[in-house]
Design a protein around this ligand. Structure first.
Ligand SMILES: [Zn+2]
Length: 125
């Protein structure tokens, strides 16, 4: 499979700010670089200390793109690639800083709500 190129998307700067905030909030001692690529899966690349956000996640809207970025950076905070209860607890704490409250389906948030319970984003797949 050919290596996908980083996309210079207008939201990139904002997502980098979200990643920087998340890293600081969770006590990570470096700022992961955010990259956007047209690929199926997001990931953390510990070799380059970066997170890769798939283009489809950006196309879900800004709020979901923030949440996706927080999720990937949180993997560095937890120092593993699983989705344990403590992983989700940390993710919840960061999302709350953005006034977002997740509903989980297995590993991932399937819905993001406001504090008052309104749906901000919902998974339709
Ligand atoms: Zn994950």
């Amino acid at each position: 499979m050919p290596i996908k190129k980083n996309i210079n998307h207008p939201i990139l700067k904002e997502l980098q700010e979200v990643a920087d905030f998340t890293a600081k909030f969770l006590g990570i001692n470096f700022n992961p670089t955010v990259n956007i690529r047209d690929q199926q899966k997001g990931r953390t690349d510990s070799k380059t200390k970066s997170v890769i956000i798939p283009l489809w996640a950006i196309n879900e809207g800004d709020v979901y793109a923030w949440a996706y970025t927080i999720h990937e950076v949180n993997h560095y905070a937890c120092n593993n690639w699983g989705h344990s209860k403590s992983f989700k607890d940390k993710e919840r704490r960061v999302l709350a800083e953005f006034n977002l409250f997740p509903v989980y389906k297995k590993a991932y948030a399937c819905e993001l709500k406001s504090k008052s319970g309104q749906t901000i984003w919902k998974q339709y797949w």
